[in-house]
Ligand binder design. Structure first.
Ligand code: SAH
Ligand code: DHB
Ligand code: MG
Length: 223
């Protein structure tokens, strides 16, 4: 038996990846292009990508919404899980990140499946609500953690009974255990977890996940 520490946590993640997540040239090129363009290396892990992919399939989702695109790594995982005719809309504040993502998605053969919308996610989401956009089946929040509560309020207006809402980075290396976290993203993640737990419209559970750091994804289902 191994002692549970940073090293063994990473070994376990690597073991799972080696077994269940074979290397993929398109996904590797996606990360390389993001690195070369100087984007921060904050994509979901390969195992988390596979997790998102499986959940999109299990949910039978045809319409997916992502908040926070970066270079389109998580986007690629989710878009690949869609059936013929499925669509994914992803929202990104940074024009530079959106440009890298657009190139990556084209290289992945997903240009016709994914639409990247540039701008502050709160503004884009409000515009979608105002336009009477049809409800999404699956929603992934992964932009600024300080905005998660605001994004939840908006994406609830783009949901139906059974919509699955996921949010990344809600453990933040344990910072959410602190009574009064200091960093804006830690405060945002902690508040989001508390808001979800109290929201009678949802059933939720946070899942700890780890690689080089301990983080996690919280999963909610609209009643
Ligand atoms: N989902 C990506 C990682 C996203 S990183 C993946 O796993 O591959 C977070 C992204 O959110 C960054 O690209 C950042 O520019 C974007 N972002 C930050 N604030 C935002 C906002 N207010 N609206 C939209 N996107 C935002
Ligand atoms: C950070 C990590 C993320 O996965 C993300 O989506 C945004 C920010 C971070 O570590 O700052
Ligand atoms: Mg993230």
């Amino acid at each position: 038996m191994l002692a549970f520490n940073e090293h063994t946590a990473q070994s376990i993640d690597n073991y799972i990846e080696a077994l269940f997540v074979p290397g993929d040239p398109v996904l590797e090129a996606n990360i390389d292009r993001a690195d070369e363009a100087g984007l921060p290396p904050i994509q979901v892990t390969a195992n988390q990508g596979k997790f998102l992919y499986l959940l999109v399939k299990i949910a039978g989702a045809r319409r997916v919404l992502e908040v926070g695109t970066l270079g389109g790594y998580s986007t690629t995982w989710m878009a690949r899980a869609l059936p013929e005719g499925g669509r994914l809309i992803t929202l990104e504040f940074s024009p530079k990140h959106a440009e890298v993502a657009t190139a990556n998605l084209a290289a992945a053969g997903l240009a016709d499946v994914v639409e990247v919308r540039v701008g502050d996610a709160a503004v884009s989401l409000q515009a979608m609500v105002d336009a009477g956009e049809a409800p999404f089946d699956f929603i992934f929040l992964d932009a600024d953690k300080s905005g998660y509560v605001k994004y939840l309020d908006l994406v609830m207006q783009l949901s139906r009974s059974g919509t699955v809402i996921l949010a990344d980075n809600i453990i933040r290396n344990g910072a959410v255990l602190e009574e009064n976290p200091v960093e804006a993203y830690d405060i945002g993640a902690k508040r989001y977890n508390a808001v979800l737990a109290a929201d009678e419209r949802l059933e939720s559970l946070a899942l700890p996940m780890f690689k080089d750091k301990i983080d996690g994804i919280v999963i909610s289902r609209v009643k």
